[in-house]
Ligand binder design. Structure first.
Ligand code: ATP
Ligand code: MG
Length: 447
């Protein structure tokens, strides 16, 4: 093998990231926090496949959305000719599953999901081709109360994560009839200002003029700001619903601003739409988007069922946590076991297993290709692992029935190592770690 030409490395797909061990603790912290917040509101997890039939998205998201127009990873299964798509979002799949299994038969459902999504976008900061979302879908609820609950759930999550720089933007996009009346006036207005429309807006003028309001083109801001506002077209019921959401938010001290230009990318939204936005991530500042989508379930062949949900962009949120300056570099283990000689290795395995029985995280030094078998290099690894203690076993120790225990975090470098009879080592370390925690660092809890 080594005499052949060196094999070329195959790199990962552009825009699809590896989540490396250094970032894993941050992901775990986020996932644990999100799970417990969702649980505290009674949401149940649903896991749907990553691949769905292409028509599910074409029908669900609307043919003129960015996603369906140009972002979907669609392919034909060469084994049987099926048209398939890597999911670009999860609402469509969740709704499909709810209908397929008749999940709302016994009443409304609070659901949540997490996982990778796929969109063929231009990769840049905060915009990837594989990214992750955590989302909630509340299916079968009619009133503004569930809209407010979903928003408050997000606020609690930001609070639990210690995030302060996220603000809530809220709008109502009414129902189809209200949007139609607005749309007619909007198209007329844009036609009056046709010279100011960029190519994207020209293209959308008749297909999806509402999305023009969402433009990021600075040259269009002024004109777009003066366009007819959908809020002025809301009828009695839509208005009451929107006011209901706001009343609950105010009563629970959730700050928000009404952004009359806020529309969501997907066609299926109605009434309440919201986004959580930060200024700390450059132009990809939306960390969560959501809203009500009452028409969707009927579009999928179910009986009319109201619904509301949100999706958090996990990568963007984690960037924000990093930007907030908190450091997450937890230790790899509590105890690192160093050993030399065959008999010592046998003892080392026994000690490591007993320490794990006692609930500690233990790394046992194992043979590796880059040397590192000497005591000295094993001790270096012990130190780098972040362990509080090293257990050291050599032939000498085996002969005497003892082990050496070194406190790796002690300032007293003269007296940081003791020898303990083999039988008492577990108790000794467990006591030290528990006492050490309680004495020095009350925030660090142990199993
Ligand atoms: P944008 O306007 O930024 O394209 P969107 O409206 O397409 O967002 P949604 O479909 O509402 O986004 O998805 C919810 C959230 O998922 C977004 O607010 C964002 O945080 C995240 N997200 C969307 N697309 C990507 C992507 N390509 N890479 C990383 N995160 C994404
Ligand atoms: Mg998008």
């Amino acid at each position: 093998m080594s005499e052949n030409k060196k094999a070329e490395k195959i790199l990962g797909v552009k825009g699809m990231n590896d989540i490396l061990p250094a970032d894993a603790p941050l992901w775990e912290l986020f996932e644990n926090t999100v799970q417990s917040v969702l649980k505290s509101y009674g949401y149940q997890q649903i896991r749907t496949p990553i691949v769905e039939p292409t028509p599910l998205f074409a029908r669900g998201l609307g043919a003129v959305t960015d996603i369906v127009e140009k972002e979907m990873y669609s392919f034909v299964d060469s084994m049987n000719g099926d048209q398939l798509t890597l999911r670009p979002e999860s609402t469509a799949g969740v709704v499909r599953s709810v209908l397929e299994h008749n999940l709302t038969y016994e009443g409304p459902k609070r659901l949540w999901y997490a996982g990778p999504m796929f969109r063929h976008e231009k990769p840049q900061r905060g915009r990837y081709r594989q990214f992750h979302q955590v989302g909630a879908e509340a299916i079968g609820f009619t009133g503004p109360d569930i809209d407010a609950e979903l928003i408050m759930l997000c606020q609690r999550l930001w609070d639990d994560l210690g995030l302060e720089n996220i603000r809530l933007e809220l709008n109502s996009i009414g129902n189809a009839e209200e949007r139609n009346r607005h749309r007619t006036d909007l198209i007329a207005y844009f036609e009056q200002h046709k010279d100011l429309l960029d190519a994207d807006a020209q293209r959308r003028l008749h297909s999806n003029p509402l999305r023009i309001l969402d433009t990021k083109n600075p040259a269009m801001q002024d004109m777009v700001n003066k366009a007819p506002q959908l809020l002025d077209y809301l009828g009695e019921e839509s208005r009451a619903h929107f006011e209901g959401v706001q009343r609950i938010l105010r009563n629970n001290s959730i700050p928000f601003t009404i952004n009359p230009r806020l529309v969501r990318g997907m066609d299926y939204y109605n009434r309440t739409v919201f986004e959580w936005v930060t200024d700390q991530l450059g132009s990809q500042g939306t960390v969560c988007g959501g809203g009500r989508y009452d028409p969707l379930i009927e579009m999928f062949g179910g009986k009319p069922t109201p619904a509301c949900g949100f999706a958090i962009g996990v990568e963007r949120l984690l960037e924000l946590i990093k930007a907030s300056g908190e450091q997450f570099t937890p230790n790899q283990c509590d105890v690192y076991v160093v050993h030399q000689g065959e008999a010592a290795q046998m003892q080392a395995f026994v000690v490591a297993e007993r320490l794990r029985d006692a609930g500690l995280d233990v790394v046992l030094n194992c043979a590796s290709s880059n040397g590192g078998a000497s005591f000295k290099s094993q001790m270096k690894r012990a130190d780098a692992s972040g362990a509080s203690f090293a257990v050291i076993i050599g032939d000498d120790e085996v002969a005497k029935g003892i082990v050496a225990v070194k406190n790796l975090r002690s300032d007293d470098i003269e007296n940081n190592q003791t020898t303990i009879p083999f039988e008492s080592v577990i108790n000794h370390i467990v006591e030290q770690i528990i006492c050490g925690d309680e004495c020095d660092d009350p925030t660090h809890h142990h199993h």
